[in-house]
Design a binder for this molecule. Structure first.
Ligand code: HEC
Ligand code: HEC
Length: 398
């Protein structure tokens, strides 16, 4: 490695006009919190006081006066993103539904997301007849997502190209709402339905809380019927930018370093690579250099986020591992039965596993993989019980 770095530096010095960031070895992304204090600390994108203020907005409970509804799922981002700290995951699931006509998936009227709450019982959404495709989706971790946003799309394409035939993840391009819907490599959500944290925030504000914003100006319907909550949503509060800024300024989910240092967890880590889990659950990804313009011109990678190594244990690509939920979002019909590789960082905070949260045991979640993962799962099956336990111990250190 050292030799390679020297060659690179030498080459760049000869060019002499290339950005300094390119000449520096990438460094580890900082942890979101220290398990000793459980206090969230900024990754340096903004100062701690700004970060704390952004976190408070992410935690803020909204009511009708703030535009909540007409249909919604919860009153604050943190209600569903909180374990073990604000921005983390939770057991909260959401319901999606629609119809498969034998060729195409068709959204439930009003969209595949069925909101579980309404400000008036007359507006309550329910799954209507004829929508036989249904799934639950668990909430996701958002800690460290600024680094994920800072991954160059070409890096994701390269990961896919490096995967063996039959396990090659699908890369999709999705609209960046704040860049006039110009497309970028999707990476957020179970279906990679977004590429930008600002787009995701506006989407979540509307679809989880019923609150509009300049990027999502129209309130949701109830089962397709326009209902008026009687109160116009306030003008842009800037909240969408603050949610995005909070998530962008978080560090990555910290590992359990004590457990990770045990001989069993280390053996489990080696087995995790040996059996082939890392084909999809990718260990190391480096973010784009500071100064790189991303999100189709809407964002420049900052020094705090650029040229950092992260260990997401995911590839941010879509795979058919036999668990597909039949729903199509931004990726077109070919993604109907695919799911994004679950990033395993922070998974020790997760009790209900897989997109639907219906697997509650690590071993069973591994055995539930089929389809593209079949050969790797067969390798796992042929491990001894002791080795399987080591591998699972390793997962528990993430
Ligand atoms: C009712 C629960 C709920 C609320 C409230 C909620 N979310 Fe989520 N969030 C989810 C679920 C469920 C997913 C997974 C969605 C999917 O892909 O199906 C998710 C996914 C995300 C992701 C993608 C993370 C990743 O790494 O892929 C981001 C970002 C996010 N939410 C931000 C927000 C923000 C910002 C708010 C507040 C405006 C918010 N969420 C409110 C449940 C919620
Ligand atoms: C072909 C790609 C692929 C391979 C190989 C693969 N996985 Fe996965 N993994 C996925 C996908 C996709 C999901 C999400 C599936 C879902 O939610 O329906 C997932 C989910 C998981 C989860 C659930 C995590 C959570 O937070 O819900 C665990 C645990 C896991 N994988 C472990 C492993 C282990 C251990 C191996 C190796 C024995 C492995 N995987 C091999 C693609 C893969």
């Amino acid at each position: 490695m050292r030799g390679l770095t020297c060659i690179a530096v030498g080459t760049l010095l000869a060019g002499s006009l290339l950005p300094e960031a390119l000449t520096q070895a990438p460094v580890e992304a900082p942890p979101a919190f220290s398990p000793g204090t459980m206090t969230l600390v900024t990754n340096g994108l903004v100062d701690q006081a700004t970060f704390d203020a952004d976190r408070a907005v992410f935690e803020e409970q909204e009511g009708r006066a703030e535009g909540l509804g007409p249909v919604y799922n919860a009153q604050s981002c943190a209600e569903c993103h909180q374990n073990p700290v604000t921005g983390g995951i939770s057991q909260v699931t959401e319901l999606r539904a629609g119809h498969f006509d034998g060729i195409n998936f068709i959204d439930h009227v009003g969209g595949s997301l069925i909101n579980d709450r309404a400000i008036n019982p007359a507006f309550q959404e329910r799954v209507l007849g004829g929508n036989e495709v249904r799934t639950f989706r668990t909430s996701l971790n958002t800690l460290g997502d600024g680094f994920v946003e800072a991954i160059d799309s070409n890096t994701l394409v390269a990961i896919s190209n490096g995967q063996p035939f039959g396990m090659r993840g699908q890369f999709i391009q999705v609209p960046v709402n704040e860049a006039n819907n110009a497309v970028r490599g999707g990476r957020f959500g179970w279906k990679n339905q977004h590429a930008s944290l600002k787009s995701f925030s506006a989407d979540a504000y509307l679809n989880e809380m019923g609150i509009t914003s300049p990027l999502q100006p129209n309130d949701n319907t109830s089962n397709g019927t326009v209902v008026d909550d009687g109160i116009p949503d306030p003008e842009n509060l800037g909240d969408v930018d603050l949610f995005a800024e909070f998530m962008r300024a978080t560090g990555v989910p910290p590992r359990d370093l004590v457990l990770a240092a045990t001989a069993d967890a280390q053996a489990g880590s080696v087995l995790f690579s040996q059996v082939g889990c890392t084909t999809c659950h990718v260990r190391n990804i480096t973010t784009a250099p500071a100064g790189t313009v991303i999100n189709q011109g809407a964002l420049t990678v900052s020094a705090a986020l650029g040229n950092k190594v992260i260990h997401p244990f995911g590839d941010f690509l879509l795979h058919d591992v036999g668990t597909g939920d039949g729903i199509v979002q931004n990726g077109g019909q070919s993604t109907r039965n695919k799911v994004r590789t679950a990033p395993l960082w922070g998974m020790r905070s997760r009790g209900r596993l897989m997109h639907d949260g219906e697997t509650v045991n690590r071993n069973e979640s591994i055995l539930r993989h089929a389809g593209e993962a079949t050969s790797v799962i067969n390798n796992y099956r042929s491990l001894s019980t002791g080795q399987k336990n080591q591998l699972i111990l390793f997962l528990n250190s993430l």
